[in-house]
Design a protein around this ligand. Structure first.
Ligand code: B12
Length: 223
């Protein structure tokens, strides 16, 4: 049963059929499939396939756009269905897709999952300038700054964000986490980010760990 739904979700995104994507999302949830599982086993393989078809020249921009639109509709439904895992405030996060980059489907999933795990999240959207990440983090009282980049050409903005935090003397105040399909642990290490998230779930785990470590080291310095 689930396999049929995953296949329908995947096909809907490949075909760029928004109504079919909405139906597959609702059908999956009604059948009791966990929202993230439905996303990761159905819709994400679909959009990844679209990326490959685009890269190999089998579909063009209009096809990419209609598939993205179907994916966005499914993401809205899935995100709204992610159950709250925690009632207590875990921390404050500002999150956005870096300047020059319009890809926000993955970032939006991460935002939803952080919220479900008890984080207060300020979603800055996409095409976010470095200055805005920092200003909003200051105003919001953030613990974490999360950035997403889907283009190899915009990954450098994540590096510049680290440098700007250092330049403003704010690097110690925040933990940073980077994500997005071309981003790797190696990249995070190279630019000095505190963590790399392979997916939204991994991001939540790593941020919880970072904050727990921070609390322990603060306790130790207070004694
Ligand atoms: C959908 C899509 C689009 C849509 C985006 C719609 C939207 N609202 O996001 C549209 C049509 C707008 C688009 C445009 C373009 N795209 Co595009 N696009 C894609 C595609 C097919 C899927 C991306 C996606 O949504 N994946 C699904 C999500 C769920 O995965 P994800 O983003 O990786 O996120 C997960 C994790 O990475 C993680 N995560 C991500 N960010 C963060 C952040 C934090 C803090 C955390 C904790 C976790 C986290 O959690 C998420 C969930 O688990 C990819 C191919 C691919 N496989 O990546 C190409 C791709 C990224 N695009 C590509 C290109 C070239 C473009 C264009 C330049 C095309 C053009 N010529 O105009 C433009 C660029 C526009 C711009 N300036 O940004 C290339 C990039 C190549 C490169 N070397 O950089 C790709 C790889 C396609 C390809 N194979 O050629 N695109």
């Amino acid at each position: 049963m689930s396999d049929k739904i995953f296949k329908a979700a995947m096909d809907a995104v490949i075909k760029g059929d928004a109504q079919m994507a909405i139906d597959a999302a609702n059908r999956g949830l009604d059948a009791g499939v966990a929202p993230l599982e439905l996303m990761e086993k159905g819709f994400v393989p679909g959009i990844n396939e679209v990326g490959e078809l685009f890269e190999s020249g089998q579909i063009f921009i209009p096809g990419l756009v209609t598939s993205a639109a179907a994916m966005e509709k499914a993401t809205e439904i899935i995100n709204a269905a992610i159950p709250a895992e925690s009632e207590t405030l875990q921390g404050r996060v500002v999150m956005g897709t870096v300047e020059g980059d319009m890809h926000d489907i993955g970032k939006t999933i991460a935002v939803a999952l952080f919220k479900a795990n008890g984080f207060e999240v300020l979603d800055l959207g996409r095409d976010v300038a470095i200055g805005r990440f920092i200003e909003e983090a200051e105003k919001f009282g953030a613990d974490i700054i999360g950035s997403s980049s889907l283009l190899t050409t915009t990954m450098v903005v994540q590096k510049d964000l680290e440098a700007e935090l250092i330049r403003q003397g704010l690097r110690g105040k925040y933990k940073t986490i980077v994500g997005g399909a071309p981003v790797t642990q190696r990249w995070a290490d190279r630019i000095g980010a505190d963590a790399y998230a392979q997916d939204a779930n991994d991001g939540v785990k790593k941020v919880k760990k970072l904050l727990a470590e921070g609390r322990i080291s603060k306790k130790n310095t207070q004694v």
